[in-house]
Ligand binder design. Structure first.
Ligand SMILES: [Zn+2]
Length: 241
């Protein structure tokens, strides 16, 4: 078990809204057979399915699912402690099966990071955790997000890029593409502010935790970003995921 554990990787994708974290996580998942961890999907589903007035109590504090749902609508980040509580069991199960993970959307703030990173280090080992920082200017973030679309059937998120601008139907299931409900300018700016204020400080934290951080220019096309990621993983001897 120890030997195979040596090669099981966890890749954390971090970047502002619209940097293509989810898309790259999907591509990495396909290439390396990872488990695709999309926090907005996995946790979003749990939050949506919760009943009225339902809450979980963590260390004496009540977290209401409705409050978290409301946060998302306003472009705010979910409470880290709450997200970690809902994620922990599944992550432990994946580690037990020695399954690699591509994380998109976790951790999102220091609170979540302070729980999640020590757990991942314990389960996978520090040297097997790689952070991929997708860099995108605030201007590009706003531009991309205000044009982002989602498919009708499975809410696949379609980034606005040169390759996708002419698409009218989802490349995965053929259903119509629509604008995302939460993508109005006010919400986009709020999400960007949240990223700067709450997500960005994680980079310093990762450094202190001894994690490898790989920087990638997120303004390239999806394919070029992916090639860049593969190249840098290889250069750092991290290719054998
Ligand atoms: Zn679709």
């Amino acid at each position: 078990m120890k030997d195979s554990k040596k090669n099981t990787k966890v890749i954390i994708l971090l970047g502002p809204p619209g940097a293509g974290k989810g898309t790259q996580a999907e591509l990495l998942t396909e290439k390396f057979g990872f488990f695709l961890w999309e926090t907005s999907d996995i946790i979003g589903r749990i939050i949506e399915q919760a009943g009225k007035g339902e809450f979980i109590e963590i260390q004496g504090k009540k977290y209401f699912f409705e409050e978290q749902a409301e946060k998302r609508k306003q472009g705010l980040i979910w409470d880290g402690c709450f997200i970690f509580y809902l994620s922990k069991k599944k992550i432990e199960e994946l580690a037990k099966k020695e399954k690699g993970i591509a994380l998109s959307g976790s951790p999102r703030n220091l609170e979540e990071g302070k729980y999640l990173i020590p757990l991942l280090k314990k389960l996978y080992g520090t040297k097997n955790i790689v952070v991929i920082a997708l860099k995108l200017t605030p201007k590009a973030t706003v531009w991309r997000n205000s044009r982002r679309r989602e498919c009708e059937l499975a809410t696949h998120s379609i980034l606005y890029t040169k390759e996708t601008e002419k698409l009218t139907k989802c490349p995965l299931d053929g259903s119509w593409l629509m604008r995302r409900e939460d993508d109005n300018l006010k919400i986009i700016k709020k999400r960007l502010m949240e990223y700067k204020k709450k997500t960005f400080p994680l980079f310093l934290f990762f450094k202190k935790q001894g994690l490898k951080v790989i920087k990638i220019n997120g303004e390239q096309s999806v394919a070029d970003v992916f090639q860049d990621i593969l190249k840098k993983l290889k250069k750092n001897n991290l290719h054998n995921c």
